[in-house]
Design a binder for this molecule. Structure first.
Ligand code: GLP
Length: 244
């Protein structure tokens, strides 16, 4: 595992975009795994700038990690809407080449199974971008015993609902369930970039780099993958700066 601590979130975005650009230059038809949340936004801005300066994204395919149950793609807090708004429209991607689990179906368990089948079919991602929750969740794999390998329906923890309520009018509006790739699918990527920015991530980043792996901190399992780069800003990296 490689850990890089940079000055601020803009620098983090540039570094992560460099890694994505390298993948696309090597394979214009790359399969790219994407995340939502505030952490990847500077990376997405940077990628849009690179598209505007000539980098060709027209042949890539994207897959997203997760979606809230109960929100359709036209809901401003759905992850489909977030991706369209923060990245896909700026890159002028054809929406048929972008994939996000369906959140507003009648049978979420079935939609999760269908997404898993689709992911198995489409194969290994060339690169996967990840954020990290304050409780160590990745995608929506919450601290839990046991963790699941495949795409599944999950009940969000109080911590996550509270933390994600900043994007909603009130806590009551935050969906209580989501569809998420499981740990096995997240690992199905040649390269993984974990982005952590801001002081509220400092503690979880410290726990993440400890020698342990534990279902209490799903991100800790990333240490088992052989190509993970953690990119932090100074704030998120402040408790580990002396250890690396
Ligand atoms: C959500 C997403 C995660 C994301 C996390 C952190 O819960 N499901 O994929 O990593 O939020 O979000 P942020 O980057 O806004 O802190």
């Amino acid at each position: 595992m490689k850990i890089i601590i940079l000055e601020d979130e803009k620098q983090v975005g540039i570094k992560a975009a460099d890694m994505v650009e390298e993948v696309i230059r090597n394979n214009p038809k790359a399969l790219i795994g994407l995340a939502t949340g505030s952490s990847p936004i500077p990376t997405y801005k940077e990628l849009i700038q690179r598209k505007n300066s000539g980098l060709d994204f027209s042949s890539i395919t994207t897959v997203n990690l997760d979606e809230y149950i109960g929100l359709g793609g036209d809901h401003p807090q759905s992850y489909r809407y977030f991706m369209n708004d923060n990245l896909f429209s700026g890159l002028a991607l054809e929406l048929k080449n972008t994939h996000v689990p369906r959140g507003d179906g009648e049978n979420p368990e079935n939609d999760a199974m269908e997404y898993e089948k689709f992911l198995k079919n489409i194969g290994k991602r060339d690169i996967q971008i990840l954020g990290i929750g304050v409780n160590g969740h990745i995608a929506f794999n919450e601290p839990e015993d046991p963790l699941s390998l495949v795409t599944h329906v999950v009940n969000l923890t109080e911590d996550t609902i509270k933390s994600n309520s900043r994007f909603f009018e009130s806590m009551d509006e935050v969906p209580k369930r989501a569809i998420t790739m499981g740990m096995g699918q997240i690992f199905n990527a040649k390269k993984i970039i974990l982005i952590a920015t801001g002081k509220n991530k400092a503690q979880v980043v410290k726990e993440f780099i400890s020698p342990d792996i534990t279902t209490n901190n799903p991100s800790s399992f990333l240490k088992l993958h052989d190509d993970v780069t953690v990119i932090c800003d100074k704030e998120a990296g402040k408790l580990i700066a002396g250890d690396i």
